[in-house]
Design a protein around this ligand. Structure first.
Ligand SMILES: [Zn+2]
Length: 189
């Protein structure tokens, strides 16, 4: 049964020659010393295709002596297979690196978003401390005798949790404590 051989395009042959550095992969001789051929590794008669991986650079002498025998065991083919494997591995690693970079980028964004949230939260607390202590100072002058007594009681209770206030409000802890106590004493009216 005759298998129709599809002619290789000039472009494909050029790519194969470039890959093989214009060297016959069987005898190692180079153009222009020899005339280059683009040869099928698995012969077309045995089902070989025109795919890049099934093509190899050969010289006329090597090509004509070859007939239809399969070349899959030749050194040239083994070398080519090894190079292809290396290329595939390199490509996979590049892909992995790209993915890693994307993940790092995402992580950076998350960290930045969290930091901004924390900063906004801190700013809000700072603002609240300012407002509370301002109002507390104003209100303190208006406290009745009873309310002042009540306030002292509340502050005494709060001082047991001084550490907690310190943790939340830092050096403003005392201010916040008194201001809050003032507010609370007023509410008990
Ligand atoms: Zn040759």
């Amino acid at each position: 049964m005759a298998i129709k051989r599809k002619a290789l395009s000039k472009q494909v042959r050029f790519e194969v020659f470039k890959r093989d550095k214009f060297t016959c992969q069987y005898c190692g001789r180079m153009a222009p010393e020899i005339v280059l051929n683009c040869d099928h590794i698995t012969p077309v008669a045995k089902g070989g295709t025109n795919e890049f991986v099934n093509l190899v650079t050969s010289c006329e002498a090597c090509n004509s002596g070859k007939s239809d025998r399969a070349l899959s065991e030749s050194d040239a083919v083994k070398r080519q297979a090894a190079e292809l494997l290396k290329l595939a591995e390199r490509r996979e690693q590049l892909q992995m690196m790209a993915e890693w970079r994307t993940e790092l980028g995402k992580l950076d964004e998350e960290i930045m978003a969290t930091e901004m949230k924390i900063k906004a939260e801190k700013d809000k607390i700072k603002e609240m401390i300012g407002l509370v202590s301002e109002a507390g100072e104003l209100d303190e002058a208006k406290l009745t005798k009873g309310e002042k007594k009540e306030k002292e009681k509340i502050v005494k209770g709060m001082k047991k949790n001084k550490a907690e206030f310190k943790k939340d409000y830092g050096k403003d802890a005392e201010k916040v404590m008194y201001a809050t106590a003032t507010k609370m004493a007023q509410k008990k009216k």
